[in-house]
Design a protein around this ligand. Structure first.
Ligand SMILES: [Zn+2]
Length: 409
């Protein structure tokens, strides 16, 4: 009887989707996953103050999206209980198509990304160099053989060139960001021979692209898991779904004001790690930054349709607030996203932008790609839209790389 009940539940869950999707959910593992999804629903939680939003994050809610006045999160039974105790209300909402990650076959896997990076270098050897900037956490433990790859794109001419970084996929399930980075690589390499503007940017800038900063986590997403952190299991090996307890939130692991406003509970979705730069994935970014002293960096996340800039750790404006706001507004005029400082939603510390700007002096921003209808796992066909709406922002950063603080926009 139990089995029949479960089967009926699954039929409801997959609704009218294609037979292959029903087949996909038929293994025992998937059955377990489906039943835990219903135990940990995706909900909207209203809040009145930024402090309350931070409080919700610290309770262990897996925050997918923050908007003025409310946030959307996956909540485990424990978090639901805590929220109730503190007087918060929760309303179920649908993100994406309502199913958790299905990983459309159009997306790159870690393996197909590496293959494409290598073939790009083979095709454009005069302007591309593939650099292994560090190991994934699993590689450091001898559990896998994954490197963090960066592609350097620059013309053969020597001379002073500003360095600019495009980084994707700190958060594993934010798989559209890897695709945007790969599209940017294709745009710059194929454009070098046929587009005078692209040729000029490539010749006069040193462009670095990290398409997959969190390869171990991406592998989890490739398996259909709604994974956010890396897979560091040293402090928490609670892989129950969702949210997955295992791992460190790489975007809370940077040292600028680390530990001030992020979770110190290893099982939380936003666990900051046992110390700043505790993870090989953030150490790789640190080492590259130290070498290249990037003038500009852009970190790609999803989703929320936002253009974000420092600070994240503090509600105070940076001394460069007017400039950040102007560039963010310009980007928002292209992609129709909402521009704001990261802390305007809620304060959190240990983010890459705060460190890249506050400690390394880069003009550093974040784009949260896509909206709630897209979620983390939209059909690959959505990539055309994401690319079209975000390319002008990438172009703007390339344009101002020589003098990001003053160049006319
Ligand atoms: Zn993210």
């Amino acid at each position: 009887m139990k089995k029949i009940g479960l089967l009926l539940g699954l039929t409801l869950l997959v609704g009218c989707s294609a037979p292959s999707a029903q087949l996909k959910l038929s293994s025992d593992k998937e059955n377990n996953r489906a039943s835990s999804v219903s135990k940990s629903p995706t909900v909207s939680i209203p809040f009145k103050t930024r402090a309350q939003a931070s409080q919700i994050e610290k309770m262990g809610a897996d925050i997918l999206e923050v908007q003025p006045g409310y946030l959307v999160a996956i909540v485990s039974p424990k978090v639901t209980r805590l929220l109730k105790e503190k007087g918060f209300t929760t309303t179920p909402v649908q993100v994406g198509n309502g199913q958790r990650n299905v990983f459309d076959k159009g997306y790159h896997t870690y393996a197909s990304m590496v293959e494409e990076l290598k073939s790009t270098v083979a095709k454009y050897p005069s302007i591309c160099q593939l650099v292994d900037i560090g190991d994934s956490w699993e590689k450091t433990r001898g559990q896998a053989d994954r490197d963090i790859w960066a592609l350097k794109i620059t013309g053969p001419s020597k001379g002073q060139k500003p360095n600019i970084l495009f980084d994707a996929n700190h958060h594993a399930r934010e798989i559209v960001t890897t695709e945007l980075a790969m599209k940017l690589i294709s745009y710059l390499t194929t454009g070098y021979e046929k587009d005078a503007q692209v040729k000029n940017w490539v010749d006069t800038r040193e462009i670095w692209i990290i398409p997959m900063n969190n390869p171990d986590g991406h592998i989890k997403a490739e398996k259909g898991l709604d994974w956010r952190k890396n897979t560091d299991s040293a402090l928490s090996n609670d892989a129950s779904f969702p949210p997955y307890g295992t791992g460190v939130d790489l975007n809370r692991n940077y040292p600028f004001h680390w530990g001030e406003s992020a979770s110190d509970n290893p099982s939380d979705p936003t666990f900051q790690g046992p110390g700043a730069f505790s993870e090989p994935e953030t150490q790789a970014v640190r080492e590259l930054f130290k070498q290249k002293k990037f003038a500009v960096s852009l970190f790609l996340h999803s989703y929320s349709n936002l253009v974000l800039y420092p600070w994240g750790y503090s509600a105070d404006p940076t001394k460069d607030d007017a400039r950040f706001a102007a560039v963010a507004r310009k980007m928002a005029s292209y992609n129709n996203y909402t521009p704001m400082p990261e802390s305007q939603l809620y304060v959190c510390s240990g983010g890459s932008d705060d460190w890249a700007y506050g400690e390394m002096g880069a003009f550093s921003m974040t784009i949260e790609v896509g909206g709630r209808k897209d979620g983390f796992d939209p059909p690959y066909a959505s990539m055309d839209r994401f690319w079209k709406e975000n390319l002008p922002s990438f172009q703007l950063l390339l344009k101002i790389a020589h003098d990001p603080w003053k160049e006319k926009i």
